[in-house]
Design a protein around this ligand. Structure first.
Ligand code: APR
Ligand code: ZN
Length: 368
């Protein structure tokens, strides 16, 4: 395809992206052309323009959460056909590596191999998409192992949030920690990801779900997602004492959904000695190390991590779409704003100043 599509391109840590015309490279044998319908703005995208994370190659098309429709497939693609509704995936599922065959992880070996993919042409320069996706573009070229076919009855401008925030937060509770009915849970950070960890804990039947956020305006949405308590750290004398009191001696599970070393330490410390489990979901800025009181772990607490909630992306994620259609899951309290691609910098600004939860970018232009 040689036609132009518009895409949000980061040119470095410059605080904003430029929405500009790019071309898409022709499809390889295993590639899929996806017309994007909607894409959510995640903190991880922002971290490549606000200085929080280094290591990216610029220019870079941002965006790794979204939903769209398959327009065209390379000759060797058998898993999807034009017209299928898909969620592009930051983690591939090749289906044949040891990780994919086994039941323990969603971290397909392909995820750790450099695909070398540079599907966008900016002038003459071939450039990458974040996570080999770049969902802030009107159309994207991705490998077939990076799209999940979903039920076409699902509204793409809502379930787009499953691609990152939904999978990461819901999965952290359901697939990584495996929260059980009656458990006590503390979720630190109630952004797009933390709200879904709250929702996952609710689906699991947790009886106490405490949301902790320094932004008091998060309380309403947190309660709508399932939180039984909301704590603003500034409003209590000693956060850890308060959380231990609310959970009767320490939480069964905690989730760090901020991306901050000190918060991670609190997340571990607020769990019950002997069996407390903490899931690290937030990405620490490059300069931060994990610092824990050694005894916190010696006393039998556990710290786990997961990418995309340890959900196998092509085989298990579509099941969450089904649960959405069955009415189990919702994203109404999560999606706070809807914008057009050309206004995406406003979306980043609202994420930075705390006035937005998930902002969904809509693509309504006609494809060439
Ligand atoms: N304690 C509690 N909450 C905090 C704190 C803190 N010290 N500092 C910030 N927060 C809250 C913010 O007020 C906000 O509500 O954490 C939330 C973070 O939400 P978002 O910025 O929307 O981030 P999100 O997209 O949910 O991602 C969270 O996961 O994928 C990673 O890179 C991402 O590390 C980031 C994290
Ligand atoms: Zn994300």
């Amino acid at each position: 395809m040689n036609a132009f599509v518009r895409a949000a391109v980061a040119h470095g840590q410059r605080g904003e992206v430029i929405v500009e015309a790019v071309r898409l490279k022709p499809l390889g044998p295993n590639d899929v052309l996806v017309q994007m319908k909607a894409a959510g703005i995640c903190h991880s995208d922002m971290s490549f323009i606000n200085g929080e994370r280094s290591g990216a190659t610029y220019p870079l098309v941002l965006g790794h959460e979204g939903a769209g429709v398959v327009l065209e497939c390379g000759p060797q693609v058998t898993s999807v056909v034009p017209g299928d509704h898909v969620i592009p995936l930051g983690i591939p599922e090749c289906g044949v590596c040891q990780a994919c065959i086994g039941g323990k992880t969603n971290l397909c070996d392909e995820y750790f191999r450099d695909s070398g993919s540079r599907p966008f042409l900016l002038g003459d320069q071939a450039i990458r998409g974040f996570c080999d996706l770049g969902t802030f573009a009107e159309a994207i070229v991705v490998r077939d192992i990076q799209v999940a076919r979903i039920d076409s009855a699902a509204p793409l401008d809502v379930i787009c949030c499953l691609g990152c925030a939904g999978a990461t937060g819901l999965g952290a509770a359901l697939f990584t920690a495996k929260v059980e009915a009656g458990a006590s849970v503390v979720v630190f950070g109630l952004g797009g990801i933390g709200m879904n960890a709250v929702q996952g804990a609710r689906l699991a039947g947790a009886s106490v779900i405490i949301g902790v956020d320094t932004n008091p305006s998060r309380e309403t949405a947190a309660r709508a997602a399932g939180a039984t308590h909301f704590v603003d750290p500034a409003g209590v004398e000693n956060l850890l004492d308060h959380l231990r009191e609310l959970t009767g001696g320490g939480a069964d599970y905690s989730f760090e959904c901020v991306g901050n070393q000190r918060v991670l330490s609190d997340a571990v410390e607020c769990t019950r000695r002997g069996w407390g489990v903490t899931v690290m979901v937030g990405v620490l800025p490059g300069s931060q190390q994990i610092e824990l009181r050694p005894r916190a772990i010696l006393e039998g607490r556990r710290l786990m991590g997961s990418y995309l909630g340890n959900i196998k992306t092509r085989t298990q994620l579509p099941r969450l779409v089904d649960r959405f259609l069955e009415g189990d899951l919702g994203f109404d309290s999560l999606i706070s704003h809807r914008i057009a691609l050309q206004d995406i910098n406003e979306g980043f600004a609202r994420l930075a100043d705390g006035s937005a939860l998930r902002t969904v970018v809509h693509f309504d232009s006609v494809m060439p």
